[in-house]
Design a protein around this ligand. Structure first.
Ligand code: DMJ
Length: 489
């Protein structure tokens, strides 16, 4: 969409579309005004009828319900297909790496399911060999899921084999950084051959490394992982435009921008998250300075307030703009970006974080669970699936941790009931191919992150477990806990 199209829509709607120069027009933090009848259903969420302890027990039961099916139908494979009772592999069809076990470990620990944790650790000790993977794998996915899952499993259990395997996998990934002329990593590595590929890389994949690599550096006493991750984030920051915006895709060999679209949407999203996290987790002031500069500029250029037809309230969304000119691009909203509400809160901007969460919540008056992609001007789902995404609950969790405002926990509980109603099948929870049908049209997969992310967020919010430090903690983009584990004595 061009800027003039955006402004035409603004006139058409009588609301406000703020691009660069138009930023601030109608900028009224949502959530400060009362919801009108028929608008923003469920804005206050829902109390569990049996109390929070009963809600936590229900989440734990659902974890076991799906985990037991994984054990029955897919043990050792990467992912359960709960509808057919089958399995699928995430990295290489010929070489399962027990992804679900790795993703589930610390959530099982927080739920007190220690026998299940022990079973998982034993499988990892006896069977996990990432060198056997003979397909190119994404550095990003391997890092956040495998390295991160093993590290959080180690922190939860003290089992040194988990730390050793995390280091082993990080050592497979490290050459992607070391052989790059810019320091930003190649996108893929073939673990069995070491071959690197993918010189065109997305910002999220370049810059979602520091939490795992930095934690590994701390645990093994070798700074090289931390430095590789920091150099990668810096390689992007150093190529910012005069507007202090960064694009979407970088050629990591030449350092040239391939796609100069600036946004907080995927595949950029967690680049911003990990700039903040480099500060949060390691108190590295460089990361804080990079985050502050880039995020402030992103918000200034990309925040838009729109009022859909017939709705009394404006909603905050984030547009895409050209990193060099600030010219407005697509307004398409991606559910994956719902995490950004929590990040805005963590960065101290509660009004915007709350407003952005409210925008996503407003869609729940139209959809039972959030679709993958939405046109914010009409509210129409243009991507009708729901890949069991955790981002809305992630933001509820972070905003609740920060403020202890119970509304966020109630919203998370309301969403739990909705997702359970639409995704629960006899052998677990499954992704949805179409959220607009009644009943929801099921796909056939339990995503690995479901075990690591929302099941943990829901359980931690509802249970008050003494295995988690609610005041001082850190969770990675994949929900792995790197600070705040309390092991029982
Ligand atoms: C997770 O793997 C991580 O949260 C990642 O950063 C992007 N989103 C997926 C789940 O939707």
């Amino acid at each position: 969409m061009t800027r003039s199209e955006g402004l035409r829509r603004r006139t058409l709607l009588g609301g406000a579309v703020a691009g660069t120069a138009a930023v601030g027009v109608g900028l009224t933090p949502a959530g400060t005004a009362a919801a009108a009848p028929g608008d923003d259903a469920d804005l206050d969420g829902q109390m569990p009828p049996g109390g929070w302890a009963a809600a936590a027990a229900d989440v734990r039961n659902e974890m076991l319900h799906t985990w037991n099916s994984y054990k029955q139908f897919a043990w050792g494979h990467d992912q359960l297909m709960p509808v057919t009772g089958g399995f699928s592999e995430f990295f290489d069809d010929a070489h399962p790496v027990g992804l679900t076990i790795v993703e589930a470990l610390d959530t099982l620990f927080f739920m007190g399911l220690d026998d299940e944790v022990a079973m998982g650790v034993a499988w990892i000790r006896d069977h996990l060999d990432f060198h056997a993977v003979a397909q190119p794998v994404q550095i990003f996915e391997t890092n956040i899921r495998m390295v991160g899952g093993l590290l959080s499993g180690y922190l939860a259990t003290g089992e040194t084999v988990l730390l050793a395997k995390a280091k082993d996998i990080a050592d497979i990934l490290l050459p992607a950084f070391q052989h790059s002329p810019t320091g930003a990593p190649y996108r893929f590595v073939n673990p069995s051959t070491g071959e690197l590929s993918g010189p065109q890389n997305f910002l999220a994949e370049i810059g979602t490394i520091i939490a795992e690599f930095g934690t590994l550096s701390r645990l093994v006493g070798d700074d090289k992982y931390y430095q590789a991750a920091k150099n990668a984030s810096k390689a992007v920051f150093d190529r910012r435009s005069p507007l202090n915006l960064v694009g979407t895709t970088l050629n990591i060999e030449t350092g040239a921008w391939v796609d100069p679209t600036a946004s907080v949407h995927p595949p950029v999203d967690s680049y911003f998250e990990y700039l903040f996290d480099g500060w949060d987790l390691f108190h590295d002031r460089d990361f804080k300075a990079w985050f502050d500069l880039l995020n402030t500029s992103s918000v200034a250029h990309e925040a838009v307030f729109l009022r859909p037809p017939g709705q009394p309230r404006e909603h905050l969304w984030f547009a895409r703009v050209d990193m060099n000119t600030g010219v407005l691009g697509s307004l398409r909203q991606v559910e994956l970006t719902a995490f950004y509400a929590g990040l805005l809160g963590q960065a101290g901007n509660f009004a915007l974080g709350n407003a952005y969460l409210d925008s996503w919540t407003s869609l729940l008056s139209r959809y039972r669970v959030l679709p993958e992609v939405v046109d914010p001007l009409s509210g129409v789902a243009t991507g009708k699936g729901n890949a069991l995404r955790p981002e809305y609950v992630d933001s509820c969790f972070n905003l609740w941790l920060l403020t202890r405002n119970d509304r966020y926990r109630r919203l998370a509980f309301a969403y739990y009931l909705r997702q359970k109603a639409d995704s629960r099948v006899p052998n677990g929870w499954t992704v949805i191919d179409d959220v607009t049908t009644t009943p929801a049209t099921h796909g056939d997969l339990t995503s690995g992150y479901w075990y690591s992310e929302q099941m943990k967020y829901w359980y931690l919010m509802f249970s008050g477990t003494d295995r988690f430090d609610y005041r001082n903690n850190y969770l990675s983009t994949e929900g792995n806990v790197f600070r705040g584990v309390r092991r029982p004595h």
